[in-house]
Design a protein around this ligand. Structure first.
Ligand code: AMP
Length: 441
C-alpha cells in the first residue's frame, strides 16, 4: 500500500520518501483516510507505531487543500503533555511542510512568553503546544481559537494525569464550533478519565483500537532483576550498560537527584552519560536531547519527563532503575525502544520499594513478567509477601475490633538491639537502603 492509496497528496508522499518512509503503518492506514473523511477519532496503538504521522499527514493535507475558516486563527492545534513530546511532533511536522508556505509554531512552557506572542502574531497555520502555556496565551488572548479546524491531543491520558483537565475544558470551549474536528491519540487510552474527556471533546468518534494498552509489545524483550539495595541496583546497572549489544540506552529513575547521581557514577566508570531532568532550563533540556539524538553520548538518565517524548531508533535498551508508580508509564517508558519495527530490550530493577509498582504493572499487563539473574550479582531479596486481607465483621462490614488486650506480662530484660532489617511486608514507601557496612552485618 502507498500513501497515495490513503488519499495523501503526491507531494507529501515524496516528502516522506526523502525520509525513507514509503509504506504506511497500520495506524496510518486506518487513521489517515478516517481523518481525511472528516471524522473525529479515538485511536490507540502501541508505542513507536507511527501515530504522529497518522495525525500529521491528514492535518497537513487539509491545510494544503482546503480553504481556511479564518485567516488569522490557527487552523490546527496539537496539544502534547510534555515539552519533549511537543518538540518531537514539531520536528516531524517541519520535515513534512518543508518547501511549502505552511507556518507552524511551538508554544512550550519554560520559553520566552513575549517571543511566543510575536510568533503567534505571524498567523501560523499550526500551533503545537503544551497545555499550561497554551492556557496562559488563551487567557491573555494572544491566541484565539474560534477559527480552529482541527484539534489534536497527543497522549491525552498523560495530559490528564498531569492535572490539566481545566485547561483542556478551556481549549474545548474556546474552539467550540460545529465544524471542528478532534483527534485523540495514545498508546494507553483505556483509562476512566479519558472516557469522560472524550465524551466532551469528540463528536461521534470513530474508534481505532489497534492494540490494547496492556498488550505485550512484540518488538520489546522485557526482563526484570531483583535487587537488594541501591548498591546492588548500581552494580546491576553498570553490568547492563557495559554489555556489548547496548547501542544507546535510556535509564529511568524515580527522582531528579538520582539522575544526577547515576550520571556521575556512570561517567566515573568511563561510560558517557548525561542527566535530563525537569528542573533544567528548556534550552539545556533541548541541548541534551539534541546531543543524545546525534549520538554524542551513550546513556541518557531521566525521569518520566522523557517517557513519551523520545523517538530515537538508535535506542536499543531502556533500563528502569526504579519502576514507575503507574503501569501506563511503564508501557511508555519501555516504548522508547523497539520503535518503527526495530527490536529493543527493556530491563527493570526491582527492589523492595518497587514491589507495589511491580505488582501493579504485572496485573495491568496480565502477565507474569519473568525475573532473571546475573551470575555473580544475585541478591537475597526474593519479593514481598502480599499483605493479609483485613478480617471483616460480617454484621456491619466494618473492620473487626481487636480482641481485648491481654494483661501485660512483666517486661523481660531487653536484649541488645539488632540492626534494623527491611520489613517483610512494607507498602513500598520504605526508602531503598544502601548495602549495610560490613561491621553492621
Ligand atoms: P511515532 O509512533 O509516531 O512516534 O513514530 C515512531 C517512529 O516511526 C518515528 O521514528 C517515525 O519517523 C517512524 N515512522 C512513522 N511512520 C513510518 C512508516 N510508515 N514507515 C517507517 N517508519 C515510520
Amino acid at each position: 500500500m502507498h500513501f497515495t492509496d490513503l488519499g495523501i497528496d503526491t507531494r507529501l508522499e515524496t516528502q516522506l520518501a526523502h525520509q525513507g518512509i514509503t509504506q504506511p503503518t497500520d495506524i496510518q492506514a486506518h487513521a489517515v483516510p478516517t481523518a481525511l473523511a472528516g471524522h473525529d477519532i479515538f485511536a490507540q496503538s502501541k508505542t513507536g507505531s507511527g501515530k504522529t504521522l497518522a495525525f500529521l499527514l491528514p492535518a497537513v493535507q487539509r491545510v494544503m487543500k482546503q480553504k481556511a475558516l479564518s485567516k488569522r486563527d490557527p487552523r490546527v492545534l496539537i496539544v502534547a503533555p510534555t515539552r519533549e513530546l511537543a518538540t518531537q511532533v514539531f520536528t516531524q511536522l517541519r520535515l513534512l511542510i518543508a518547501g511549502t508556505n505552511i507556518k507552524a509554531v511551538k508554544i512550550l512552557g519554560g520559553e520566552n512568553f513575549n517571543d511566543q506572542i510575536k510568533a503567534l502574531r505571524n498567523d501560523p497555520h499550526f500551533v503545537i503546544a503544551t497545555p499550561g502555556r497554551l492556557a496562559d496565551h488563551l487567557t491573555q488572548r494572544s491566541l484565539q481559537l474560534s477559527g480552529l479546524e482541527l484539534l489534536i491531543f497527543d497522549e491525552a491520558d498523560r495530559i490528564l494525569d498531569l492535572g490539566f483537565t481545566e485547561q483542556l475544558k478551556m481549549i474545548n470551549e474556546l474552539a467550540n464550533h460545529r465544524l471542528r474536528q478532534t483527534l485523540l491519540f495514545s498508546a494507553t487510552l483505556d483509562h476512566a478519565q479519558v472516557d469522560a474527556l472524550s465524551r466532551n471533546l469528540l463528536k461521534k468518534p470513530k474508534q481505532i483500537l489497534l492494540s490494547a494498552a496492556n498488550e505485550q509489545h512484540s518488538d520489546i524483550k522485557q526482563s526484570l532483576y531483583l535487587a537488594d539495595h541501591l548498591d546492588h541496583k548500581e552494580a546491576l546497572l553498570e553490568h547492563f550498560v557495559k554489555q556489548e549489544e547496548v547501542g544507546q540506552c535510556i535509564i529511568f529513575t524515580a527522582t531528579r537527584s538520582d539522575t544526577a547521581r547515576l550520571s556521575e557514577l556512570l561517567n566515573s566508570k568511563g561510560l558517557k552519560a548525561q542527566a535530563l531532568a525537569g528542573d533544567l532550563t528548556q534550552s539545556k533540556r533541548l541541548e541534551i536531547m539534541d546531543a543524545f539524538s546525534r549520538e554524542n553520548f551513550k546513556v541518557l538518565i531521566t525521569t518520566d519527563v522523557a517517557s513519551r517524548g523520545l523517538d530515537l531508533l538508535s535506542v536499543t535498551h531502556v533500563i528502569n532503575f526504579d519502576l514507575p508508580k503507574h503501569a501506563e508509564e511503564y508501557v511508555h517508558r519501555i516504548g522508547r525502544t523497539g520503535r518503527a519495527g526495530f527490536k529493543g530490550t527493556a530491563i527493570s530493577l526491582v527492589g523492595p520499594k518497587d514491589w507495589p509498582s511491580y505488582k501493579a504493572i504485572k496485573s495491568f499487563l496480565n502477565d507474569e513478567l519473568a525475573f532473571h539473574t546475573v551470575e555473580g550479582l544475585t541478591g537475597k531479596f526474593k519479593g514481598l509477601r502480599d499483605k493479609k486481607p483485613q478480617v471483616l465483621n460480617k454484621v456491619n462490614d466494618k473492620v473487626k475490633p481487636k480482641a481485648k488486650a491481654a494483661p501485660k506480662r512483666k517486661a523481660k530484660p531487653k536484649k541488645p538491639q539488632a540492626p534494623i532489617k527491611a520489613p517483610l511486608n512494607i507498602d513500598g514507601d520504605a526508602p531503598m537502603r544502601r548495602r549495610k557496612k560490613p561491621e553492621q552485618e
